[in-house]
Design a protein around this ligand. Structure first.
Ligand code: GLN
Length: 306
């Protein structure tokens, strides 16, 4: 199977490079606006411990919202079910940076993967601690999951977002006005921008995702129940208002980031990371989604059956 997968990924890489309809890079974060959209990499970590790659699988990129999966895992480890008093677990059907439902729902964000929800989970991680300590916890989780210590935060990206992230400033202040932010908005946001600026390659991210796929060689960092639940949230909310379309086309839990990364989980089979920085209208990787669709179909990995 590994050889067939290798061939498939290298054909997919060639096809995308020839016909790529790349989409647009995120331009509201100046550091990300400078990235060439016409890039592609993929890494598939399999249950037998092997990792199959194609394209720019070792090139590091900004994981952005994929970090929300790891911060949620840390919060669940810390306070468990209590987190659901501050954030919901329903799809929002709204863009990732939407403020609309917050008023209606009295400052309790719909889910931990939209920005408002992730700002709340990061705020929770800051309880009684300094930003440095909260960030160390997230980084330690990611490094342990990937079994790779060479994973860092790109401070220039964090700074760039801090200078222009006015929507997030609005969201944090709005959350604070409802009493759903414990720390000062600047402190929570500073931490959130830094967690989003973690840089990883597809190989590192696919390795980190093994804990969610429940692969035999994955470090034991999450209970099976927790990883099932995070997968459910990824399926329903991982691609914002594009989550339905993603589930329809791919049939696997996934989490996107505006850096063009996608973490895709085929439970008990594989953990997959895809990167292509050009985005579709939902802010999800255009060619990454295409690749996820082709891969899931070819491998018959959809959770809805083969
Ligand atoms: N840091 C980005 C933001 O808050 C993350 C968004 C994303 O990746 N969808 O806007």
């Amino acid at each position: 199977m590994t050889e067939a997968l290798e061939r498939f990924l290298s054909d997919l890489d060639a096809e995308i490079r020839k016909h790529g309809n790349w989409g647009e890079v995120a331009d509201y974060i100046p550091e990300l606006a400078r990235v060439d959209p016409a890039q592609f990499g993929i890494a598939v970590s399999l249950a037998d411990g092997r990792i199959v790659t194609a394209g720019q699988a070792r090139q590091q990129f900004s994981i952005q919202s994929i970090s929300k999966v790891f911060s949620l895992a840390c919060v669940l480890g810390r306070i468990g079910e209590q987190v659901w008093t501050r954030v919901g677990r329903e799809p929002s059907g709204r863009p990732f940076d939407s403020i609309l439902l917050l008023e209606q729902e009295h400052g309790r964000p719909r889910n931990p993967f939209i920005n408002a929800g992730a700002i709340v989970t990061t705020d929770e991680l800051l309880t009684g601690r300094q930003p440095k300590e909260a960030l160390s916890e997230i980084l330690a989780f990611v490094r342990a999951a990937a079994e790779d210590d060479d994973i860092h935060i790109d401070k220039a990206v964090a700074r760039s977002e801090a200078e222009t992230g006015f929507r997030n400033v609005a969201l944090a202040n709005y959350l604070k006005s409802f009493g759903n932010l414990r720390n000062q908005p600047e402190m929570t946001l500073g931490t959130y921008f830094h967690q989003c600026a973690i840089e990883m390659s597809c190989v590192q991210l696919a390795r980190a995702g093994r804990v969610l796929a429940g692969l035999p060689d994955a470090p034991r960092l999450l209970t099976a129940l927790k990883s099932r639940r995070i997968n459910a949230l990824m399926m329903m909310c991982g691609h914002y208002d594009g989550s339905g379309d993603f589930a329809f086309r791919v049939g696997l839990p996934g989490k996107s980031g505006v850096g063009g990364g996608i973490l895709l989980i085929a439970p008990e089979r594989a953990s997959i990371a895809i990167w292509s920085p050009g985005l579709n209208v939902y802010g999800n990787s255009m060619m990454g989604t295409h690749a996820a669709e082709q891969l899931a179909r070819r491998m018959e990995w959809s959770v809805f059956g083969s």
